[in-house]
Design a protein around this ligand. Sequence first.
Ligand code: CA
Length: 216
Amino acid sequence: MEDNPTLAQGLYDKLVGIGYAVDLFHDGEDGNSVLKYQQYDLLILDLGLPNIDGMDILKNLRNQQNKIPVLIISARDKLDQKILGLESGADDYLCKPFDLDEVVARVSALLRRSSQDGQSFITLNSLEFDSSTRTLARDGKRIELSHRELSVFEYLLSNADTVVSKSNIVDHIASFDDDMTSTAIETYISRLRKKLGNDVSLKTVRGLGYILNTKV
Ligand code: CA
């Protein structure tokens, strides 16, 4: 959520470019209402937003026990604002102006912290996944995954041993303006199966979705 169009677009392009699914909101009220029904992995939140202030959005989230990681980006660079933000339940704080690469580093650290208890390397038999660089390797040799395949894999991995539906996956990896079908998901799954081989069990649960088991 960022109301400055240039900055918002810059962040969007950067994050989408490295494979994240991103929804962009320029208005506090729009963003606040979508957060009530749509689940996200992370919120990048500007404080000075039209209609609802970023700090109020953050307080609402925490009052509702919503634990989504929040990275505040704000020009309010005074120390008291930073402290207030962190006390209100923000996970991290970046003062404008900032470097886009810095945002990416903070985003990836926050996602790692929330999804795998801060664990960066995950070993799946002869596969090794480095969640900080988002790279998958077998016996030290890198396995190339497309952005989408990577997003699906990360989602299945963060829900390991749980059945996830195709619509869960679509919700998770696609932005609002993406037109993604469940057939596309089937394609990503089938490509992933080939690449993951026998190191991971990725089963279809008829009528329900998919389940990834890390112990095979
Ligand atoms: Ca603003």
